[in-house]
Design a protein around this ligand. Structure first.
Ligand SMILES: Cc1cc2nc3c(=O)[nH]c(=O)nc-3n(C[C@H](O)[C@H](O)[C@H](O)COP(=O)(O)OP(=O)(O)OC[C@H]3O[C@@H](n4cnc5c(N)ncnc54)[C@H](O)[C@@H]3O)c2cc1C
Length: 441
């Protein structure tokens, strides 16, 4: 046993793992526990719910697979082991003029984890998901076999493993195609806007001109101000500015878990007002280092602790365009009526690029991500009421962020799940999968 915390980012639900095995060398046989236990790869625990947990069973810690295998600075092809962090890739490739093709809102995730959840970023409308840029990977199965997977070889395993929630085997290494950049800076523009309608206008205009678009919304606002927020958009900077923005250093940390959540109505109101009015009205352009643009939360280590010992739940859904605007409006109204709110509320329009994975989450439409402190039944009741809206609009929830969706909702929203089940490694399983697949297994 090592001493890493084997918990998810939301710190809910709790899981007790009976064994944690460590994958140290990619050529070694797969470390397996006693035959009565199933296993699940564990990356860096940045999933919010239970896709990275295997309660009462075993984990394989894949993070020690942290070596680079190849990098061609002429083509931007990179080969690395599955436990390499995106932050480690950035440290290597940015000074050489390359960037990640897709990045989530934290750089502290592993390549294996990014593939298994087929993560998306602010450029989904242009670049699709992380899996769209994976050229090949090796899958190590519990029978000892190694499958080289690519769009042309073992294509069924390739599709099932991208967004496959760690269930098809251990990704020992992967090869990905990076994106060229001229410097580490982003030409950013922020726009404070006053309503959901304004968001849609800004989003349409920005998606045409900008590679990266997203909005923070003030989910405590209601009435005419429902959906108001700050729209953030940007492109990789062409020319290096005369005064180069400095790379921020990781400075702050939450040293311990407070006995109760520090997020309550008063702190939320104060934060939301400060953030909204902290952005002057109108449009503001500037050039910033990539780190604060993509990873504002990474500057506070262990920020998940502020939610106290009960943790928090993230809720992210996508709803197709037709009913999307109405569904988002209804979700925001239900949250406002419940007298609760989310510290982080991120709204984005997903684009058309097809996701390569069988169970990839993104689909064309509107996606909203929200965080809620775990206040027990009150929180779960609210989320069940939000489920109704998502279900009616033909949407779905993101497994990487989920700890509680009903199995029936999962199976309806992800009709290809039996194909993943058929290719699942018989020794691999997870708390999430047992919860949603049904059949009482
Ligand atoms: C602050 C923050 C912001 C985020 N923003 C976004 C965002 O913008 N977009 C987005 O899509 N996600 C986002 N996420 C979620 C995060 O990107 C995903 O949950 C990601 O998959 C976590 O990777 P990890 O390495 O921590 O893996 P873990 O959370 O440990 O595991 C995730 C899954 O990957 C599997 N896995 C891990 N390693 C391997 C391996 N070597 N082989 C096979 N399977 C493996 C696990 O079994 C599990 O199913 C965010 C998370 C945080 C904390």
């Amino acid at each position: 046993m090592t001493t890493r915390p084997y918990e998810s980012w939301g710190r809910y639900p709790n899981a007790h793992h009976r064994a944690v095995l460590v994958a140290r060398w990619r050529d070694d046989p797969l470390p397996l526990p006693s035959p009565d236990l199933s296993v699940l790869p564990f990356g860096n625990g940045r999933s919010y719910g239970d896709v990275c947990l295997n309660d009462s069973q075993a984990l394989i810690d894949a993070r020690p697979l942290d070596r680079f295998l190849a990098f061609d600075p002429a083509t931007g092809r990179l080969g690395c082991e599955g436990g390499v962090l995106l932050s480690e890739i950035l440290d290597l490739v940015v000074p050489r003029g390359w960037f990640l093709p897709v990045t989530p809102g934290t750089r502290f995730v592993t390549v294996g984890g990014a593939i298994a959840n087929d993560v998306h970023g602010k450029n989904h409308h242009r670049a699709g998901t992380f899996g769209c840029h994976i050229r090949a990977f090796e899958l190590l199965r519990s029978d000892g076999s190694r499958r080289l997977c690519s769009p042309d070889e073992n294509a069924d395993y390739f599709r099932a493993t991208i967004g496959g929630l760690g269930l098809t085997g251990l990704i020992t290494w992967a090869e990905l195609q990076l994106r060229k950049i001229d410097n580490p800076y982003i030409a950013e523009e922020t726009v404070r806007y006053r309503s959901l309608d304004e968001f849609f206008t800004l989003s349409a205009e920005s998606d045409r001109n900008c590679e990266y678009t997203v909005a923070w919304i003030d989910c405590l606002a209601s009435g005419a101000g429902l959906g108001r927020g700050v729209f953030i958009r940007g492109n990789h900077a062409g020319a290096t500015p005369a005064r180069e923005p400095r790379a921020p250093r990781l400075k702050l940390a939450v040293p311990l878990t407070p006995p109760i959540s520090a997020i309550n109505w008063a702190t939320l109101r104060a934060f939301n007002a400060a953030y909204y009015y902290g952005h002057p009205a109108g449009r503001h352009a500037g050039t910033v280092h990539y780190a604060p643009f993509f990873y504002p939360l990474d500057s506070v280590a262990d920020w998940n602790r502020i939610y106290g010992p009960k943790g928090f739940l993230q809720y992210q859904f996508v709803v197709p365009h037709g009913q999307g605007a109405e569904a988002v409006r209804e979700v925001l109204q239900r949250i406002a009526r419940a007298g609760t709110g989310s510290f982080l509320a991120i709204l984005k329009v997903f684009g058309e690029p097809a996701s390569p994975g069988l169970l990839s989450f993104p689909a064309p439409g509107l996606t909203l991500a929200l965080d809620f402190p775990n206040r027990g039944p009150k929180t779960f009741d609210l989320l069940a009421r939000l489920d109704e809206v998502v279900r009616q609009a033909g949407g779905r929830l993101y497994p990487a962020k989920d700890a509680r969706m009903r199995g029936e909702d999962f199976r309806t929203a992800y009709p290809s799940w039996p194909e993943l089940e058929a290719l699942r490694d018989p020794r691999f399983d997870s708390s999430f999968w047992r919860r949603v697949r049904g059949g009482g297994k």
